[in-house]
Design a binder for this molecule. Structure first.
Ligand code: HEC
Ligand code: HEC
Length: 358
């Protein structure tokens, strides 16, 4: 009898532990809760971001991430020692810059807006035209872009190799041997994969905390999913389909318009199409669009309400929306609820140059 009791008690403990484990697993993989308008949009729901998956070739480690963070904030990677990745992707400016387009080395202006580095880990292709397949590949570009950091890879490696604290750190992460551009890019990419937003008031709402959105924001969410059909393109936890669309954004130079995705594919349907950006943290990084042509969220919503701009290749999804003043305000309020509350994403302070490896 006693034995049965003990065994019952034991099975209860085992069952409870198993249930706890299942519960914990279920909790960890909490499914995105907000279903989107399936007929236009396919199966992907908006909701909290899943954990980042690093490519097998670049497994993260805390030493690699720290090294990547230092390199990200280090202006010595540029030709004149004045421009770092953070100059144009500043945590305090939503991991972007003041725009409308970015000023690089010696004040030279590029033709496109700086997209956010936060959550870029979820973007299947990098850049507005998707010309780069990975963060590792992307990170090598700006260093030798003549209007960004204006350096050569060789000169950058020479600088980094000449800093003894970097030598020690590279050795700890990659072992013996000369420092390479690939190692620099891998470390930066490993750091970028930590700049992700797991927490915003919208995410809390999607996880079941129904009080975390105001009634106006909830209305905005409805419109985002419904009348505004924003989720036709801004879907999934990253709020982007990862595809390219022409919204009819007026070119900065009508004589020489930026052809966007077309320059990569040469497919006429991609003329002046640009990658759908995430709208997480968008409120933190005005102005908007690939050339910064909309100064505020309010003016951007007016642009959408008009059905976008004029272009022979305008995306068929761009149609006048007929939103009321109240509905527009609700959409803006909803976008603001996507501001991340993660301190490492929202408030990370650039590393003071005096604290960089010497
Ligand atoms: C002078 C400003 C400037 C500097 C410096 C700069 N970037 Fe950028 N970055 C941009 C601009 C502008 C784009 C978009 C260019 C395009 O789409 O053609 C961009 C694109 C990106 C993207 C793609 C994001 C996406 O969603 O497509 C990533 C990631 C990125 N930069 C990371 C970096 C890293 C890492 C460094 C340092 C090694 C760096 N940037 C230095 C301005 C800059
Ligand atoms: C046809 C696909 C599509 C639809 C529908 C759409 N978007 Fe976009 N969205 C994009 C693309 C593509 C861009 C970038 C376009 C460019 O710069 O040329 C963009 C840009 C944005 C930006 C600016 C982000 C930044 O960092 O610059 C915001 C905010 C935004 N959209 C919100 C919305 C809202 C709100 C709706 C619904 C009213 C909506 N979008 C509907 C594809 C779409």
């Amino acid at each position: 009898m006693r034995r049965t009791l003990i065994s019952i008690a034991l099975s209860v403990v085992v069952l409870a532990a198993a249930a706890g484990l299942i519960w914990a697993l279920a909790d960890q993989q909490a499914p995105p809760l907000i279903q989107i308008n399936a007929q236009v949009l396919g199966p992907q729901a908006i909701g909290p971001l899943p954990p980042v998956v690093a490519p097998p070739g670049n497994p993260p480690s805390s030493a690699k991430i720290r090294l990547g963070k230092e390199l990200y904030f280090d202006p010595r990677l540029s030709a004149d020692g004045a421009i770092s990745c953070a100059t144009c992707h500043d945590p305090a400016l939503g991991w972007s810059d003041e725009g409308p387009t970015s000023a690089g080395i010696r004040g030279q202006l590029g033709g496109r807006r700086s997209p956010p580095v936060s959550n870029a880990a979820y973007s299947p292709l990098q850049f507005w035209d998707g010309r780069s397949p990975s963060l590792e590949d992307q990170a090598k570009g700006p260093i030798q872009n003549p209007v960004e950091m204006g350096n050569t890879h060789e000169a950058m490696i020479q600088t980094v190799s000449g800093i003894s604290a970097y030598q020690t750190e590279f050795k700890a992460v990659y072992g013996e041997g000369p420092i390479t551009v690939d190692q620099v890019a891998e470390a930066i990419a490993a750091f970028e994969r930590t700049v992700v937003t797991t927490d915003s008031r919208f995410d809390r709402y999607a996880r079941g905390d129904h009080g975390s959105l105001t009634p106006l924001e909830k209305e905005g969410l409805e419109i985002f999913n419904g009348k505004g059909h924003c989720t036709a393109c801004h879907w999934g936890p990253y709020f982007s389909d990862g595809r390219f669309h022409n919204l009819g954004v007026p070119p900065l130079d009508p004589e020489k318009p930026d052809l966007g995705r077309y320059d990569v594919t040469k497919n006429p349907r991609d003329r002046r199409a640009f990658k759908t950006p995430t709208i997480r943290d968008a409120a933190r990084r005005p102005p908007y669009l690939h050339n910064g042509s909309e100064k505020t969220l309010e003016s951007l919503i007016e642009f959408y309400d008009r059905g976008g701009g004029k272009d022979p290749n305008l995306d068929p999804l761009m149609v006048p929306l007929g939103l009321s003043k109240h509905e527009k305000a609700a959409l803006v309020a909803f976008i603001k609820s996507l501001d991340s509350l993660n301190p490492e994403v929202a408030n990370v302070k650039p590393i003071d140059p005096r604290d960089l490896p010497r």
